[in-house]
Design a protein. Structure first.
Length: 141
């Protein structure tokens, strides 16, 4: 699967919405590649909607550790990542988010794109770009 087939850029924000049946490891690799694409493009935010990825069970704590460590290394401190996942895949204590943040990444996990976008938009400070929902259909910033 080519990441760019499911990747969209809107201003300084990327959107990745893959649809495929994959193993957990394959899904982690796809998201890691989308994070790298966002970094290469110089984006500040990435919304990744994984609800279209099927074929795997909720990850173990070790799986979450490996996933979050990988993504934190790819994202670095400059890219904020909002992940949308099916509720049954999200750890109630968000251990993956904690690991990501402890490794220097900035991210969170949500069950809807609306909540993910709200989180990304709430982090805008004075003088920063317009929230994404106001940029739809307009040329890049």
């Amino acid at each position: 699967m080519k990441v760019m087939d499911h990747f969209e850029r809107v201003g300084a924000r990327g959107f990745y919405r893959p649809i495929a049946q994959v193993t957990f490891e394959q899904g982690v690799a796809l998201v890691a590649e989308s994070i790298q694409v966002a970094r290469d493009l110089g984006l500040s935010d990435l919304l990744v909607n994984t609800t279209g990825l099927t074929g795997f069970a909720p990850p173990s704590v070790f799986g979450r550790y490996a996933m979050a460590t990988n993504w934190a290394q790819r994202a670095g401190a400059a890219l904020r990542v909002a992940l949308v996942a099916r509720a049954e895949l999200i750890d109630p204590q968000k251990i993956g988010v904690l690991i990501l943040q402890n490794r220097g990444g900035t991210g969170d996990v949500f069950t809807s794109e609306a909540d993910a976008l709200e989180w990304l938009d709430a982090r805008l400070g004075p003088g920063q770009r317009t929230p994404s929902f106001l940029n739809r259909g307009r040329p890049e910033d």
